[in-house]
Design a protein around this ligand. Structure first.
Ligand code: GLA
Length: 724
């Protein structure tokens, strides 16, 4: 019999769990569309003898292996992968949790040292379920928060060593959902450098499917996200169970279908190469997992994530603001620049209406290529004659803001820093650590290293009127070892590194709250909700080709609001793929992000240069809508290999912007139409440039014919305004 039922409601969903069998087991009962009933613990089948350990003690294993568990332990008869494993002083690894008490309160507490979604007392309700494993002296608090305005449940876990001996945590995941497998399909995001977050969808089967990272960051390759969707789910129909992880380091997300056709979906810190020593009385806080359920298809899931991240995760001065149109000199000059060159670019850019110059890699130490000087954060006055302050003032005199690039977490072997502190690099004694881009990673787990890094960055920022920082990270971690941690704490390095990164960024935004911070990692290797807590935008990919960006930005926008997606117009032939696309099209694609330029405006053709003021006007006209509106995917180039189309509709449904990109033209497809989404059926809309207004219903059901788009790589915007 269920002893206690917990029912968590969001505007359209319910999440139910039950304590059964004298508090011994916390079972997962239901997650899905909102229900009226709350006591539906009959689903746990606890009346039937085989499923109740107290009635059928001789076969407890069967119970353990089939019971849908809220937060499964390890090693006591449940043979599915669990959420927590602990190495005790006696050398045993089992964990079995019982629910002992609970607490419900308004609001949502911060997570110590970790980024997390937030909400006030009127916006959120939190449930904490206290669990314990009396055999090893472990207390585990499961936290759940619901939001009033979005269909989201966030979960995290706090572990406390209540014993008198040291314990070692070897696995601590943040969330689990045990469900029946209803012929689910799985959606995940995959890629590589310059090809991040492409969407993969497959039917699930028996066994386990895991997506993970051991790179010390989520990486270009995988993303801490998984959605299980009922068969045939579309943008508008079908059920979606999505999990996402607010964390910027090693993660795992896994679905496992077992012999009973139930599926276990888990997400958390990757347990590989993880261990955490917990002294008596000490605690460990897991990062947060975000759960989204939709019974209106993938589109509703997307809009829920966008609203959650825009309203309950992103912070700071720029969170709701239009970002300045920037020009970044990376693809324009690479390492070959000086004050004169930058000022020439800035002058031309200012005349065209560009609002900020960002000086990328190469301004410090002896950094003339990517082979040296990371760690030597002193202005190279050979290149920047007159110093940084002079350059910034000149740029400001042109009416532009100034931004700068750093890669604070790194150290080049050829640097003054490495020559004086070789032990500051992450390395295993007796092994030559592997280089990537000819650099090592700094051991940020050491306070003196963090302080050095912070002071380097802060000193530069204090020295001139710098209003933007691009914080880069251009290699994954490897050869994990810290010169300062004892043997039994080396397993903590990956997580300590992420905590150190958060501490650094926290210090930065506290001292410089006016800064526009853009995170970056060789493009989009660390595009995750953890980093979004510190920076309202993240550089999406080093691939700025308009066609490649369609897939990268579609995958990114599956979860992330367009306001957070760094996107620029760059030069052609594109530096990554050599493709030539029209300048207008590059502008349309960059519009679905923060918008800027990544080229030498003094060198492009007159014709292209002349298009920039109009492109910027377009950005100013549409950006409020793009940043704040609801995103609707209409067609996917990833799927049809021909064209891409999406709309952003204002929350009040009075305006909409549709972006149509025709990658490949085809003769005689006169019947191609855009079936608009998200409009108000009963209002009339005028398509800008047209003469007659039509009901939203007509534009959605009968569509808009695609006309006047001739050639490959061509695009067109349709701007709709409600007239009645
Ligand atoms: C990374 C970034 C680029 C650029 C270079 C500089 O690759 O993603 O945008 O800043 O580093 O080295």
């Amino acid at each position: 019999m269920a002893k206690k039922i917990f029912k968590l409601d969001t505007p359209n969903t319910s999440y139910i769990m039950a304590v059964v069998d004298d508090g011994s087991f916390l079972g997962h009962v239901y997650y899905g569309s909102k229900l009226e009933d709350y006591d539906i613990a009959y689903l746990l089948r606890t009346q039937e003898a085989p499923f109740v350990p107290s009635v059928n003690g001789r076969d407890r294993c069967s119970f353990m292996d089939s019971f849908p568990v809220e937060y499964p332990g390890h090693g006591v008869g449940d043979y599915r992968d669990g959420c927590i494993e602990v190495l005790s002083a006696t050398g045993h690894r089992a964990v079995n949790l019982s629910a002992v008490s609970h607490r419900i309160y308004e609001g949502k507490p911060e997570l110590a040292s970790l980024p997390a979604t937030f909400g006030g007392k009127e916006e959120c309700t939190t449930l904490e379920v206290e669990c314990e494993d009396a055999a090893i002296g472990l207390n585990v608090t499961l936290s759940y928060t619901t939001f009033e305005d979005v269909d989201v449940i966030t979960r995290s876990v706090h572990i406390m060593n209540a014993s008198s001996k040291e314990l070692y945590l070897t696995k601590v995941l943040s969330a689990c959902i045990d469900m029946d497998n209803r012929e689910f399909e799985r959606i995940t995001l995959h890629g590589s450098w310059a090809r991040e977050r492409n969407i993969q969808r497959e039917k699930i089967g028996y066994g386990k499917y895991k997506v993970s990272s051991l790179r010390g960051e989520p990486g270009h390759q995988n993303h801490p996200f998984m959605a299980l969707v009922t068969e045939g789910t579309t943008q508008e129909t079908g059920e979606v169970y999505a999990v996402h992880f607010v964390y910027s380091g090693n993660f795992m997300v896994q679905e496992e279908v077992n012999q009973f056709d139930s599926v276990r979906l888990t997400i958390g810190i990757n347990p590989d190469d993880f261990s955490w020593k917990l002294a008596p009385g000490k605690g460990f806080q897991s990062p947060e997992a975000v759960l989204v359920y939709s019974d209106n298809g993938i589109g509703a899931m997307t809009r829920t994530f966008h609203d959650l991240y825009r309203n309950h995760l992103i912070r700071g001065e720029y969170r709701d603001k239009k970002r300045p149109v920037l020009i970044n000199n990376w693809e324009a000059t690479y390492f070959d620049f000086d004050t004169d060159k930058l000022i020439a670019i800035a002058k031309q850019a200012a005349e065209l209406g560009i609002e900020m110059l960002v000086m990328d890699d190469g301004w410090f130490g002896s950094r003339d290529s990517d082979n040296s000087a990371l760690g030597d954060w002193k202005v190279n006055e050979e290149k920047l004659k007159g110093g940084l302050d002079f350059l910034v003032k000149e740029v400001n005199r042109l009416g532009m803001k100034f931004g700068i690039w750093f890669e604070p977490e790194m150290i080049s072997p050829d640097s003054d820093l490495y020559r004086s502190h070789p032990d500051w690099a992450i390395a295993i004694p007796g092994r030559e650590p592997a280089l990537a881009r000819n650099q090592y990673v700094l051991d940020l787990t050491r306070k003196e290293v963090r302080d050095y890094v912070y002071e380097c960055v802060a000193k530069i920022l204090r020295s001139a009127n710098i209003e933007y920082v691009k914080w880069d990270m251009n290699r994954p971690l490897s050869d994990i070892g810290s010169a300062c941690l004892p043997a039994d704490r080396q397993g903590e390095i990956y997580h300590r590194y992420v905590l150190a990164l958060y501490e650094l960024q926290n210090r930065l935004i506290k001292e410089f709250p006016y800064l526009l911070l853009e995170n970056c990692s060789g493009g989009g290797a660390r595009f995750d909700p953890g980093m979004l807590y510190y920076s309202p935008q993240i550089w999406c990919s080093d691939d700025t080709d308009a066609v490649e960006r369609l897939s990268i930005q579609e995958g990114t926008a599956l979860i992330y609001p367009l306001s957070s997606i760094g996107a620029h117009v760059s030069d052609c032939p594109n530096h990554t793929v050599g493709r030539v696309t029209p300048f207008e099209t590059r502008g349309y694609v960059a519009l679905a992000g923060t918008f800027g330029y990544e080229l030498d405006v003094t060198k492009i053709s007159e014709e292209e240069r002349n298009m920039i003021p109009d492109q910027i006007a377009m950005y100013h006209k549409y950006n409020d809508l793009v940043r704040r509106g609801d995103y609707y995917r209409i067609a996917s180039y990833q799927e049809n290999h021909l064209y891409d189309c999406y709309a952003v509709v204002s929350k009040d449904k009075t305006e909409a912007l549709i972006t149509y990109i025709q990658v490949l033209n085809r003769p005689n497809v006169h019947s191609r139409r855009i079936y608009v989404k998200g409009l108000d059926s009963n209002r009339k809309y005028l398509v800008e440039g047209g003469e007659k207004a039509y009901y939203g219903n007509t534009l959605m059901k009968a569509g808009i014919p695609v006309e006047d788009v001739w050639g490959d790589f061509k695009g067109k915007l349709y701007y709709l305004r409600a007239v009645e």
